[in-house]
Write a protein that binds this ligand. Sequence first.
Ligand code: NAD
Ligand code: DEZ
Length: 372
Amino acid sequence: MQIVIDENMPLVEQLFAPFGQIRRLPGRTMSAEQIADADILLVRSVTRVDAGLLAENRRLRFVGTATIGTDHIDQSLLAERGIAFASAPGCNRISVGEYVVSALLILAERYQLSLAGMTIGIIGAGNTGSAVAERAAALGMHVCLCDPFKAQQGDGRDYVDYEVALGCDVVSFHVPLTHDGLAPTWHLLDAQRIAALHPEQILINACRGDVWDNAALLSRQQGAAPLRLVMDVWEHEPELMSALIPHTELATPHIAGYSLEGKLRGSYMLYEAWCQLSGQPVTVPFSALLPPAPLSAVSLGTSCADAQLKALVHLVYDVRRDDARFRRFYTDAASFDWMRKHYLERREWSSLAVTGPDLALLQRLGFNVVTP
Ligand SMILES: NC(=O)c1ccc[n+]([C@@H]2O[C@H](COP(=O)([O-])OP(=O)(O)OC[C@H]3O[C@@H](n4cnc5c(N)ncnc54)[C@H](O)[C@@H]3O)[C@@H](O)[C@H]2O)c1
Ligand SMILES: O=C(O)[C@H](O)[C@H](O)COP(=O)(O)O
């Protein structure tokens, strides 16, 4: 079998080599001709899998995207052609949650804010939104979930309307990019709502760039009352509106989900899906794939006060690392993709074993708390 895979997908040789011949291609420029003979096609968010890409292929059996987002996949086309599909729901939810907490800790220090007691509106209460909610609640924030679909289904959690969530001290967006249906998310944060926000609010976008009207944001930021923006995703990536970058508090090149664990889980979930589809046993355990973390253990002599918590969080991952790199190296679309392809290794908090007294908060946040 011919297996075509995005060049940025980790682990695929260990996982898919037993099934056929692997050919890696740059995801953003994959063409119909290049994938004409593929039996399996594994992509990431930068490859649009549509009629154009599949125009010369008559043998495809399985398409997988090692991502949570699926807005780049024409799923109805795959269904029409009887091509099996899998994505990687929740694969990097923890990575996104940790990205948002790192950003909040940094802005709290920058503006002398106390996160405890502040309100956070979370737009989209699925895997990533819930990961943020869990961590924000652990830090004492008052969480307001906005998700009309989950509110309608009922899951025991309380929900607020969008306009209420937009009034919170922090508003973090975690919705899929949708253009139709009951509550489409394209430009969900539109010019009218951007104008109504107050300058002390912190807005975070770690879902899809097109959920925010970036042109309207730029004109707001160029005015007398700019907002406090944390932007990981940008409208029209990788051709983003670079004039926005200097007007943000933190700016990164679509890496909120790029922990090593998150990326490996994405590939692994497609391996599991293919094994299930093809009736073959899963022979490689996920635990065998994770390398040891560069820093694996820390012992705290005293209980974990705010300062220690911040130090521990940023010992494992500090979003300022990626912000500085982005501001220094971003010049054009190619540099955007280059920074993502050559992303520096980043581990999740669970990779750090912490011992010491009174570590309940660290445990709630996902650190590997080891009782002595
Ligand atoms: N920046 C990154 O690296 C990164 C990482 C992971 C996911 N993402 C993006 O974030 C999106 C969400 O990820 P997830 O794992 O939480 O997905 P999910 O499917 O688990 O949750 C999305 C939630 O959004 C809700 N929703 C849909 N439309 C809404 C609306 N108009 N208003 C409020 N809520 C709405 C849905 O009901 C669902 O509960 C993904 O689709 C992807 O595009 C980005
Ligand atoms: O949808 C997702 O999982 C995230 O946006 C993820 O960061 C996408 O990463 P990419 O496929 O663009 O490398």
